[in-house]
Unconditional design. Structure first.
Length: 353
């Protein structure tokens, strides 16, 4: 089967992506070709495009790791997937190594990430490992399929972070950075019964998330760290600090410093956002508070049913946090993201004009 994809390729950092026709290799026994219905645009894509974050494959490379599409061809081991609508997880673990067999597939050393290790979803088709693909079941038949692309990273990463934090009903969830992944962390934590504080420097984000799970919102602009901690303690009155769960989702140095400063006795912090920049921290705080910090990367495929159930039940809303546009304008969207003018997740249609 010969498949020619129309793709947008990163050939030179800090330069516009280049539209190319690319022949997709035939799938091997454990691979599949996915026809892209939509692909989301992530801040990580901007890091790759501007050269601040190197890709593992190098360039030229087709970016994009938030894909929903249809399987149009598959190797002999996964022919049953042909014709299925699927979400392509941003983290595609091998499923066979000690990490995967221990339930830590998101740390799999053999994992493939579209738009990083392999060509991604900024185009009409992509070749991916078939085993991790997530079928879109009948429970989601009434949902807008292109919007489900954001589940591949923004929503599933948020869900994995909440699971890794062992968050339970009645806990306090403090979300630093209420846009993107942070907006979905807020919804998921609220859906699981936590009391949620959302913190950001953007008033529009705080106004939006106040309608979707945040019981308290705090503008971090010029906020004194001691006053911030006092305000959060006042909101969390009656909840022991042992049940504080702090989620750093801003992907900024300021956000990381703020989140770390909120650690308290027995509290736990999840590092969800990414920045290549370094910060200075006093690690002795972890010792003094007997506190914990966890990193979290992506989401293993076997966890997806849980987050899809929350979407089906209406506990996690996608539409208010998503915008749609043609993939032909990807460079415009990247420039807008760099200028902090994208307030919502951009979902791109590779065939729209």
């Amino acid at each position: 089967m010969t498949v020619t994809a129309e793709v947008y390729v990163l050939e030179t950092p800090k330069s516009p992506l280049v539209r190319r026709s690319l022949q997709v290799p035939d799938p091997g026994p454990t691979e599949a070709i996915v026809e892209v219905i939509a692909c989301g645009l992530c801040h990580t894509d901007l890091g790759y495009a501007d050269g601040s974050v190197p890709t593992r494959k190098g360039i030229p490379l087709v970016l994009g790791h938030e894909v929903v599409g249809r399987v149009i061809a598959a190797g002999k081991d996964f022919e049953s997937l042909i014709g299925s609508t699927v979400i392509v997880p941003a983290v595609l673990p091998c499923g066979e190594c000690p990490f995967c067999l221990s339930g830590r597939g998101n740390a799999c050393p053999n994992q493939k990430m579209p738009g990083n290790d392999i060509d991604g979803g900024f185009g009409t088709h992509l070749l991916v490992p078939a085993r991790p693909l997530i079928k879109v079941g009948p429970g989601l038949s009434s949902f807008d399929i292109p919007t489900l692309s954001v589940v591949a990273d923004a929503v599933s990463t948020a869900y994995q972070a909440v699971l890794r934090a062992n968050l339970a009903a009645g806990d306090l969830a403090v979300v630093v950075g209420a846009g993107g992944v942070g907006g979905f962390v807020t919804q998921i934590a609220s859906g699981l019964g936590a009391r949620v504080v959302a913190c950001d420097i953007a008033a529009d984000r705080l106004k939006l998330i106040a309608n979707y799970g945040a019981q308290e919102t705090i503008d971090l602009s010029n906020k004194d760290p001691k006053e911030l901690k006092k305000q959060i303690r006042g909101f969390a009155k009656g909840i022991p600090t042992l049940r504080y769960r702090i989620f750093e989702c801003s992907g900024s140095t300021g956000g990381q410093v703020t989140a770390y400063g909120l650690l308290d006795r027995g509290a736990l912090m999840m590092q969800v956002g990414y920045t290549p920049n370094k910060i200075d921290l006093r690690l002795s705080n972890l010792m003094a508070f007997d506190a914990t910090i966890h990193g979290t990367w992506g989401c293993p495929p076997e966890v997806y049913p849980g987050v899809l159930k929350l979407i089906e039940e209406g506990k996690v809303k996608l539409d208010p946090f998503v915008e749609h546009g043609p993939m032909s304008k990807v460079d415009e969207y990247l420039n807008a993201m760099a200028a902090h003018k994208l307030e919502k997740r951009m979902v791109m249609d590779p065939r729209a004009k």
